[in-house]
Write a protein that binds this ligand. Structure first.
Ligand SMILES: *Cc1c(COP(=O)(O)O)cnc(C)c1O
Length: 821
């Protein structure tokens, strides 16, 4: 086992402090994911948006005793010794590089074959599929999910242990210079180049440059697998004299595809290999899956898997869920649906999501046997039990003969079943209440049946919320702030339609400073769901004052009358925090300078009141047109806030900027900013929209498709008139779902199978009709109302409104699904 002392030989760095010999078992780069402090080595990485050095004390107090720090963090050896007397500390130039060095060293301890995969698309699927087709002969270790970055690759490779017989790791890069590092960590002996995308790619000047960079992964491989129909790739591989094993649809290759025929749900492939002709059936028909499967085929042929077995192996292929979904379920429960595969690394990731999203809820895990692992069974289930315990899982349900065999490791309260059917037979819905349930099962256990038992009925329309995009956007704004500027995030109006509790939970996990809601009830709901961050309530009515106190919510106070009413509701002896709203020109809510004399008198009479912050709001932060007015508001705010501080005799937190203001007035962030729409993916000033990621996708389905003749009409008031013969699709969304009636009669468009289709006729309450003439559309097809391809900004412009309205209009009857990649 590797110990800290041995590390210094592997990682180039300076030993600052060595106190005790400790084993290095777990590598940690994200302080929030600490689960087993003993044996953890923490790498403090300074990222674009965050800095691991900020969390050292916290980790130390939770028991971590081994750290890799960066010289640039400027922590003197003396200070470190004082703060962390029991820790082993190594200082390096670059922590990420150190992590890669350690992983590269670890990789070099093993002589097994390792397949490296890169390419524009399909890396993760090819990796998962290869594991499916090769696992009968091999103990496979592979990258969890799509861990293919500079950080993800070393963490993936670290999993390698002596029981594995084959490694499969994917590598993804975004600019020149990155692949050499990943190649050193993976050290592949076999390679797969999945495909070459034509899309413009920012980090590269040309497709050729991208190909050459990616080929660096394969400098040392015994053989590279690829499709030689990618001509530019083929030429480059030949020029570099990399040994290859290829397939093609058009030319002679090691495996030449003679024909591809699709029938119903199957694809029949005829190919030749070593002068013989073979026939193969694949259980899908789309181009991407066929390409991915052919990569798997050539690997099987190269590895001499008996030809008679190939069909059987490829029958194992099934869709790979690329994301973890989280849904509301029966009796106030949440369900994390991860039912496609079950290995140790994937389990750890799912448990992290469960703990991160639901810090305060009871955690339950339903877990099947783990199928692909390099560990002896007993050690495997010991590790699983330890993981569950470290993630504070309260209830465990094991499904399958293997996990049942090791029941003893899971504590007295765990329950075991031989099969999914057994579980379902004994399932009683009322046994599950207000908990968060992770259902994680290997494919053969068909856990989708369990998921169904927990799920609410689905109304065809769903709003999908991408949690990774939310975090990206949060970090984007964070990076604009000075380290001591605080961040308040607006989660009013159901977090702009995205689901207030789920979003608030994520924000709490990512340590924002404050939340704000419009009404007391919204704050109460957050508290009832375990949100402990301070919460400002912007429009508290007198009848909610008691609730504010009961739930520790802080009111915005905007007028003398309101303050008067508030103080009369208070009890002596406690402290009460308030936020003062100042009107600097918006003319909505807020004190004006003339109120101050009275205000100070009232505050003097009520010393139990403590002003936490003074703030105002810009009327035109998003538009240059209003710059002069904004500057004037800011100047007024400064002098009013100064007057408040002088009047009360202490300093308060000052803030005036919303999302657009954060971008446009970096010099006026003051002590705190209030992030709203930007978090949800809309850059309101318009100048930096590309830096944000879209968060929500609203989807529905086609209910019926019909043909109508020229001259017939569609929908209410006969507004949709067919000027020629048409095909019409009725889709399951209407204005009651929040689909604005102004989208009627061609104003709106939806996307079906990648094509934009105009609305025809008036939008109805629960449905509307779209013109799909000439397109291949059938009942059940998915329809995107808005999302990455149909942006909120464009749609809002079409009907003369703003993205805020479209987002917050999505009605509560639309089911929200949250997911992480
Ligand atoms: C809603 C709101 C914000 C956030 O505005 P965005 O434009 O969504 O960033 C900030 N401050 C106040 C007072 C608000 O009501």
């Amino acid at each position: 086992m590797l110990t800290f002392q041995a590390l210094t030989a592997v990682i180039q760095g300076r030993e600052v402090q060595f106190v005790q010999p400790l084993p290095v078992v777990y590598l940690l780069t994200d302080s929030r994911k600490l689960s087993q402090p003993a044996g953890t080595l923490f790498f403090a990485i300074q990222g674009k948006y965050n800095d691991g050095h900020k969390y050292l004390s916290q980790l130390y107090s939770r028991g971590v005793r081994q750290f890799i720090l960066e010289e640039a963090a400027n922590l003197t050896d003396q200070k470190l010794a004082q703060l962390y007397p029991e820790a082993n500390i190594l200082c390096v130039e670059d922590s990420l590089k150190a992590l890669q060095q350690l992983a590269a060293w670890h990789r070099a301890q093993f002589t097994i074959p390792v397949i490296g995969i890169t390419g524009s698309n399909g890396k993760t699927i090819v990796k998962e599929w290869l594991a499916m087709v090769l696992s009968p002969d091999e103990q496979v270790v592979k990258s969890p999910r799509s861990y293919n970055s500079q950080l993800g690759v070393p963490l993936s490779v670290w999993q390698l242990n002596a029981n594995h017989t084959l490694g499969i790791f994917e590598a993804g890069i975004s600019k020149v210079g990155e692949m050499a590092q990943l190649a050193e960590v993976i050290q592949p002996t076999l390679g797969i180049f999945t495909n070459v995308g034509t899309a413009h790619n920012e980090g590269f000047v040309s497709v050729q440059q991208k190909i050459e960079e990616k080929l660096q992964l394969f400098r040392q491989v015994d053989v590279l697998f690829y499709c030689l129909d990618y001509e530019q790739l083929h030429e480059t591989v030949q020029a570099q004299r990399i040994k290859s094993f290829t397939w093609s649809r058009h030319s002679k290759a090691d495996v030449t595809v003679k024909s591809i025929t699709t029938t119903g749900h199957k694809t029949i492939i005829v190919y030749t290999f070593e002068q013989e002709k073979y026939r193969l059936a694949l259980p899908f028909t789309d181009e991407a899956s066929i390409e991915n499967a052919l990569h798997c085929l050539v690997v099987l042929l190269y590895r001499n898997v008996p030809l008679a077995e190939i069909q059987d192996r490829l029958d194992r292929l099934h869709p790979v869920a690329m994301r973890l979904e989280m849904k509301e379920a029966i009796n106030g429960c949440y369900l994390i649906d991860d039912t496609y595969n079950n290995d140790l690394a994937g389990l750890a990731i799912a448990l992290d999501l469960q703990a991160g999203q639901f810090q305060k809820r009871k955690r339950t895990v339903i877990l099947s046997d783990l199928l692909e692992s390099g560990l002896p069974e007993e050690a495997l289930y010991s590790q699983v039990a330890a993981l569950l315990q470290a993630h504070q899982v309260e209830r465990v349900f094991g499904v399958g003969p293997k996990i049942s065999k090791y029941a003893g490791k899971f504590g007295a309260t765990a329950t075991f079943y031989n099969s999914t059917q057994d579980f379902l037979q004994q399932f009683t819905a009322s046994d599950f209440r207000n908990e968060v349930i992770l259902a994680k099962g290997a494919r053969v256990f068909e856990f989708e049946k369990i998921v169904q038992a927990f799920q609410h009925k689905v109304h065809g329309t769903v709003l999908e919320v991408n949690l990774d995009a939310l975090v990206h956007n949060l970090n984007y704004y964070r990076a604009k702030l000075n380290p001591d500027t605080k961040l308040m995030v607006m989660v009013k109006a159901f977090a702009y339609g995205s689901g207030s509790f789920e979003v608030a939970n994520l924000l709490q996990f990512h340590r924002v400073d404050y939340l704000a809601v419009a009404y007391a009830d919204e704050g109460v709901m957050l508290r009832e769901h375990g949100i402990t961050l301070p919460i400002m309530v912007m429009n508290p009515s007198p009848d909610s004052f008691a609730k504010l106190k009961q739930f520790n919510l802080e009111p915005e106070i905007y007028s003398l009358e309101q303050l008067q009413a508030y103080v009369t509701s208070l009890e002596a002896g406690s402290k009460y925090k308030i936020h003062l709203k100042l009107d600097t020109g918006m003319h909505r809510l807020g004190f004006v300078a003339e109120d101050f004399e009275q205000l100070f008198i009232l505050l003097q009479q009520n010393p139990q009141i403590q002003i936490i912050s003074a703030f105002s709001h810009l009327a035109g932060a998003d538009e240059a047109l209003h710059n002069d007015f904004s500057q004037q508001q800011i100047a007024t705010f400064k002098s009013m806030a100064a007057a408040i501080e002088a009047g009360v005799g202490y300093t308060v937190t000052k803030h005036i900027l919303n999302s657009a203001g954060i971008v446009r007035f970096p010099e006026h962030h003051f002590d705190m900013v209030r992030l709203g729409i930007g978090l949800y993916g809309v850059e309101a000033s318009g100048s930096e929209q590309d830096a944000l990621q879209p968060v929500s996708t609203l989807k529905t389905t086609v209910s019926q498709v019909k043909k109508i003749s020229k001259g017939e009409t569609v929908g209410y008031s006969r507004k949709g008139i067919a000027d020629s013969d048409k095909t019409i699709a009725t889709i399951a969304i209407g204005y009651a779902d929040g689909y604005d009636r102004r989208f009627s009669n061609g104003a709106g468009q939806v996307s079906i199978n990648g094509r934009n289709c105009p609305i025809i006729g008036n939008v109805c309450m629960d449905m509307c009709m779209v013109d799909v003439t000439g397109l291949d559309v059938k009942a059940g097809d998915e329809v995107t109302i808005f999302g990455p391809a149909l942006t909120l900004v464009d749609l809002a412009a079409r009907i003369g409104t703003i993205p805020y309205e479209l987002l917050t209009n999505v009605s509560s009857r639309v089911k929200r699904i949250f997911y992480a990649e």
